[in-house]
Design a protein around this ligand. Sequence first.
Ligand code: AMP
Ligand code: GLY
Length: 452
Amino acid sequence: MKVLVIGGGGREHAIIWALCRSARVTEVACAPGNAGIAQARVQGSGLQVRCLPVDVGDLAAILRIAQAERPDLTVVGPELPLALGLVDKLMHLKFRVFGPKQAAARLETSKSFAKEFMQRHRIPTAAHAICTSLGEVRQELPRFAVPIVVKADGLAAGKGVVICQTPLQAEQTAAQMFSGALLGVAETYVVLEEFLDGEEVSFFALCDGKHAVALAAAQDHKRVGEGDTGPNTGGMGAYTGDGLLSPPMEKWLLKNVAQRVVDEMALEGAPFHGILFCGMMMVPQRNGTTLPMVLEFNTRFGDPETQAILLRLETDIVDLFDAAIDGTAHKLAIKMKPGASACVIAASGGYPGKYTVGLPIAGLDSVHDPDTVVFHSGTAAKDGAIVTAGGRVLGITAVSGPVAAAAGSTNTPLPSPLQAALDKAYGALDGIAFDGMQFRRDIGWRALRDGL
Ligand code: AMP
Ligand code: GLY
């Protein structure tokens, strides 16, 4: 079969890496793709992946590509085309497509919709107020203790959440969101939210309109600096591992969050097909238990979580896409490699602020370990070389099973699978360089601290 993937980041490179290994795939095209994706080859047929330049916000151009390519399956990676209704348009033209329709993607594209939905259906989330004017913000603020979380309603590429230390700062932030000064678009709604303290976990469920099944749990590192300091980014690294969620906690999240979302979205006339990414805060309670609360939903694969997750996926990825489209997710047994995986992002110097592009990347051919894959995020080909083309440039990703003791070894402690995966990723990074390259050396620190 022929598959068309929409998007051109590390997430899409990882999806294509999995598609290239599928027994069912013969041809892959990607719009727009990147320099790493353009080097990928479908294993069965030997055909190289074709990259087709397009702006992912230009639906008319994407539809023209789909009509010219006639793919058997289209997979939509990023949130922007989902928000604009690409899936609805492709389905209208009778294409088979993986991803939620526009009405279901509102769980991600409108924070006010998501908050009201959770409140209607008793899905645990922080107390909040939805405001349409600065007057309303002033009226609601006294209900909130500091810090106060102020959120823009719409998509904001990770810049729409500000944690404010005083009511005055919250008011000023809301004012900047309403005026458009903060994000470039004027928000109609601004959400005030109670601050939750705890550990964040991303829980991914595959949904088919009726059923939600657990795919994986992961943790990403949104801050640019080590020890989770500095400004927010799109994600500087992620990891997955057995034990990140206990089996009872995973069951709880599946039943009380993901399956409830799927049930209620179907009842509200917007069945959810695709990946539901539940951004959770695990809030410790006084009695020693943990209360999971939803921070946000995303309606797609996460970036860079997907790079780490898909390296562990043993099930044919096309089976996942088919099940989500056909309503058969409950019959699917998703198999993951035991152990752990990690993705370390190599970013441009200056990111998430201003950075230079077009810098040559050295050492991309230096990685030969079969358990390590260099996924490209922002790269381009220039005069036969691969150069930087974005803030996040590469995602060096490695997987490790449970680590076995070497024959005759003494009793030195074995590294955990996560430590082993991180060692491989950082080892590969040692051989890769571009001017100004920055990366965090502490990906996975919480899990390592907790003995994962
Ligand atoms: P969101 O886009 O809603 O996931 O928010 C981005 C990040 O802001 C989250 O990953 C959290 O680190 C932080 N955040 C969002 N909401 C809250 C909250 N209510 N309390 C504490 N931190 C939050
Ligand atoms: N890693 C967070 C996201 O994809 O939104």
